[in-house]
Design a protein around this ligand. Structure first.
Ligand code: SAM
Length: 597
């Protein structure tokens, strides 16, 4: 272990560590070593803080923990693991490639000492910053917060980026994120889909559904739908199944000591055993609603084989038409290790026990299963600058049989409960006509929900229109609804209505819609654009703007940047502080506070 808490820290080392940290932050990014190590002093501060908050020595707590005893049965060098289980995790972020200014964001990260995560592949980029999670200070802290709030970056633990890379999402796919809140993987999937495809982000806990909705709004992707089901009973809608399903399962988090030190005192083997059945049931449903030829990724942040390999083994046992892909081939360069095919049953004292456990928690006895479990990937937190993690990639064979029964009865529209009133619906024709006239064009895939106009993708429409069934296909239900899906949120909020008429385009959609809607946008010169950003308001000097009272998008003639304004006696900027801050930085402008007259 790096710093024994409860004993005095070495002040020389502490001071040395801090000096290195300060110098490195002042040094130009290009002079910094690529693999910038956070200083030991940071670890000292972290554990000191914990020790101050508690009477307990964390060192002793970890040494006496059941988790350490358990790890000694999963690895020969548990002491080495312990040594690498304390450092506070570094701040890591993913850059959203769907933003037109993603190169600016990457440049800002690099200038502030961030380095690319070398094994990150696929859409966008991922970065490690030179400070611990939540440890940014001053200006860097503010900018990072604004980048996150505006959806340009998503803060996410490095290993947590792996499942979506392994999922292999393709444009146009129908994806289910079965245990999705708070949604960092949902937004990652959305970055693969862009405007083509749909990810249904599911969460069972109502209060956590809200987090999912706000993360989806922050990200601003049209391809996210948020649904609220127990994943074990997820409806098979669309009936053809999903191309990809991610099961980021609820788990004991035994791999998270570097961010949740509580795990040292709380973790017990019985915790994993109590989640095992739920994990198997979630995976069973995930496989059932995946298309033939589709892929399911199972992931946890636990190191316990009962929550990991045992779950995968049970799923393989129940499904002949499932193959386990070699995760290391799908994730080249990731410092992961092979899955295990053997593990002891542990009691809550961390020692092997003879207590009889359900068969599905034991190492598999079937050669066809035990011989392939090495294809799973385990990530030990001490061997990678990240948390502990596990993942498995399963593929359903193209010829897996359908369990659909022949249709016996089709319900009539009046035999089906309609969707709740505030569920998104396609735009009524009358509104389409009036918006088309006002906007000068009508983007595809618009929906209405109360006073809000939303934009989604063609796949959302396909799901809504598709026929569905009950009783394994015997009862057919016509489409034209979301039910039985409980849809809580769809796509990107684009515009607001007032008394049924168009009111304004919302700020989060103005960059996307500005150039598409000539009826509500005006191209202006860069000086006026800068003045508005800097002062938050400006005089109206052109009659063509003066004539269009109300909400409008202004487009910078020089580079196509768009901002929403309200046209009244003056022009007033309608932009959130975080977006304004980033645009001002990009244009080298100061934000001025204008005194009320
Ligand atoms: C590990 S977290 C998911 C983290 C998320 N994938 C992310 O990357 O932001 C597991 C989530 O599963 C949810 N959950 C637990 N039981 C569930 C169930 N039966 N069906 C669906 N979700 C469930 C939990 O509430 C929790 O939000």
């Amino acid at each position: 272990m790096r710093i024994p808490c409860g004993t005095a820290a070495n002040p020389q080392r502490l001071a040395g560590g801090l000096t290195v940290y300060g110098d490195a932050r002042r040094t130009k990014a290009k002079n910094r070593p690529r693999c910038f190590r956070r200083s030991r002093a940071v670890d000292v501060c972290f554990y000191r803080r914990l020790c101050m908050d508690s009477e307990v020595s964390w060192d002793k707590l970890a040494r006496d923990s059941v988790l350490l005893k358990a790890v000694s049965h999963w690895r020969d060098d548990a002491e080495v693991w312990l040594e690498g289980s304390f450092d506070r995790l570094a701040e890591t972020v993913r850059v959203n490639p769907l933003r037109r200014d993603s190169a600016w964001t990457e440049n800002w990260l690099e200038e502030n000492g961030a380095v690319c995560i070398p094994w990150f592949t696929g859409q966008g980029s991922a970065w490690t910053l030179p400070f611990e999670r939540g440890g940014a200070e001053g200006e860097v802290r503010e900018v990072l917060k604004s980048l996150h709030e505006t959806g340009r970056v998503t803060r996410q633990e490095a290993v947590s980026m792996l499942p979506v890379i392994a999922l292999g999402v393709e444009s146009g796919d129908m994806v289910l994120d079965m245990c999705a809140s708070p949604g960092s993987k949902t937004t990652h999937i959305a970055e693969y889909l862009g405007d083509n495809g749909l990810v249904l982000a599911n969460e069972v806990v109502n209060s956590r559904v809200n987090m999912l909705v706000s993360n989806s709004n922050r990200h601003g992707s049209p391809c996210i739908g948020v649904v609220n089901h127990d994943g074990r009973h997820m409806p098979k809608v669309p009936e053809s199944g999903f191309d990809r399903v991610l099961v980021d399962a609820p788990c004991t988090g035994s791999g998270t000591t570097r961010k949740n030190p509580d795990v040292w005192s709380k973790w017990l083997p019985s915790g994993g055993r109590s989640l095992h059945e739920l994990q198997v049931d979630l995976m069973t449903r995930a496989v059932a609603i995946t298309k033939s030829g589709g892929r399911v990724v199972y992931a946890t942040c636990s190191l316990d084989p009962v929550e990991n390999e045992a779950v995968v083994a049970e799923i393989l046992r129940r499904n002949d038409h499932l193959s386990l892909l070699d995760a290391s081939q799908l994730l080249p360069g990731v410092p992961g290790e092979s899955g295990r095919s053997n593990w002891p049953s542990l009691g809550d004292d961390g020692r092997p026990t003879d207590e009889s456990l359900a068969e599905s928690m034991l190492p598999p006895t079937e050669e066809r299963i035990s011989s392939i479990l090495h294809r799973c990937m385990r990530i030990w937190n001490d061997r990678v600058d990240a948390g502990g993690f596990f993942l498995a990639v399963l593929e359903k064979s193209a010829d897996s049989p359908s369990k659909q029964k022949p249709a016996e009865h089709t319900l009539k529209p009046d035999e089906i409960s309609p969707d709740p009133r505030d569920t998104p619906k396609p735009l009524p024709e009358e509104l389409e006509v009036s918006l088309g006239k006002k906007w000068g064009a009508l983007p595809n895939e618009l929906w209405i929900r109360g006073k809000r106009i939303l934009i989604s993708t063609p796949q959302a429409r396909i799901v809504w229109e598709s026929e569905r069934s009950r009783k394994a296909g015997r009862v057919r239900i016509p489409g034209g609804r979301w039910r039985p899906l409980r849809l809580m949120h769809l796509g990107l909020k684009a515009a607001l209505l007032r008394k049924g008429e168009f009111d304004r385009i919302v700020a989060g959609a103005s960059q996307r819609l500005g150039a598409e809607l000539p009826g509500v946008s005006t191209v202006i010169d860069s000086r006026l654009f800068d003045e508005l950003l800097s002062n938050g308001e400006a005089k109206i000097t052109e009659t063509r703007i003066e004539e269009s009272v109300g909400g409008r998008i202004l487009i910078d003639i020089a580079n196509g940047d768009c901002i929403p304004v309200w046209v009244g006696s003056r022009l007033s900027l309608m932009l959130a502080d975080s977006e304004r801050r980033i645009l001002c930085m990009q244009r080298d402008l100061q934000i001025k506070i204008v005194e009320e007259e």
